[in-house]
Design a protein. Sequence first.
Length: 248
Amino acid sequence: MTPVEQRFSILNMRTEPRSPIADLNARAKIRDAAVVHFARDGFRKANLRAIAATAGVSAGLVIHHFGSKDALRLACDDHVLGSVLARARDKATPEGLASVLQNYLADPAEFQVQIDYLSRAIAEDSPAGRQVVDAIVDETEAVVRAGAFDGSMNAFSDPRAVAVLITMTSLSMMTMASHVGRALGFDGPNLSPAAMRRMALPSAELYTHGLYADDTVLRVTTDALAGSDATTPPNHPTQTQLIRKATT
């Protein structure tokens, strides 16, 4: 705890007893306010007094619940990441995907704060940002493998690499939202519901039907990679073996 935080704690700490429900509500309000400030201002610029003011509590109560700004950031990471991954699991089924899309289009502001938060964490290349990316890749790989197992998705030669590709494509929609929107004819720093509507069907078409009309590119790539197996790490399947396994 820094001297400033200690001073806030001494001056502002509540002395009257608080109920568990009051503590829980205050903790959630502080966390939600911090998510907004970290997303808007960045972790370094956001300060505890401003977060406390937004939450409607004293700065000392922030320290009481979280101990430090770093601990508060970790709590925000866990909350936002948990919510995003829960939605990712929901999207693994057609019913879940429909629900997520409908909820977003009905109230995009609810999603936007979390999207902005993740974008900031990733853009800052902080440990939290890297944790977010790693967790999303892991979760996406699990979805891809489960889909291949139950037949709802195609099997791929390298599920991990496919998960990375899907994740980076999805994250670019957040971290490059203004560019995506501008390319589609929509202005603004965020990806608007109108832009999301325009992207929804083409995305589903691409993932459902693929891009190429035949296997020419796949065969050319397979042949090209066949001569590069000498660079494959020991005890790791070669590209040719992976491709043959997925196509047989």
